[in-house]
Design a protein around this ligand. Structure first.
Ligand SMILES: [Zn+2]
Length: 165
């Protein structure tokens, strides 16, 4: 089975933070093709009866379908590591957080310590970060040397802004 090399972008909800205090050394994950295809297929199935135009999901739906088609075309009979095209990355972004959060990948290269780890060597822990009244909560993945190689957000709280009269 080929493996798909994937690196998550910074979560857009993190852009509110001071990036010097808040740092993620995004790992290079080698995703297993089977769960990746399954997640994309599930996403399409979920959207089957939705009004995609109204929900502004038409583009996403096309991208997911195209990415799935590309993965199908790779076949099952090689051990190679495949780097996706830029156009396929947004589709993978949609499902990769959950796969990484469930350690559903083969291995990951930590760019900070330059060591490759098996999925089972990566520690998962609940995580929260607060700055200027904004709090995110979720889960993060740490390598053996405590580098934060992935962060996923499950909740975002913004304190209410008080306006002066
Ligand atoms: Zn590391």
């Amino acid at each position: 089975m080929p493996l798909i090399r994937y690196q998550s972008p910074d979560d857009s909800s993190f852009l509110v933070f001071d990036v010097l205090r808040f740092r993620v050394d995004h790992g290079l994950f080698l995703l297993k093709i089977k769960p990746l295809k399954q997640s994309l297929a599930d996403r399409l199935e979920e959207q089957r009866d939705w009004n995609l135009e109204a929900m502004k999901l038409f583009q996403e739906n096309r991208r997911v379908a195209a990415c799935l088609e590309w993965l199908e075309s790779l076949g099952d009979d090689s051990e190679q590591v495949v780097i996706p095209d830029l156009k396929d990355e947004p589709a993978i972004d949609i499902v990769a957080n959950r796969l990484i959060g469930e350690r559903e990948y083969d291995r990951v290269f930590c760019t900070a310590c330059e060591v490759e780890y098996q999925a089972g060597q990566i520690r998962l822990e609940p995580w929260a970060f607060e700055e200027d009244g904004v709090t995110v909560r979720g889960q993060r993945s740490l390598c053996r040397q405590e580098h934060i190689i992935h962060v996923q957000t499950d909740e975002l709280d913004v304190a209410e802004i008080e306006f002066e009269d």
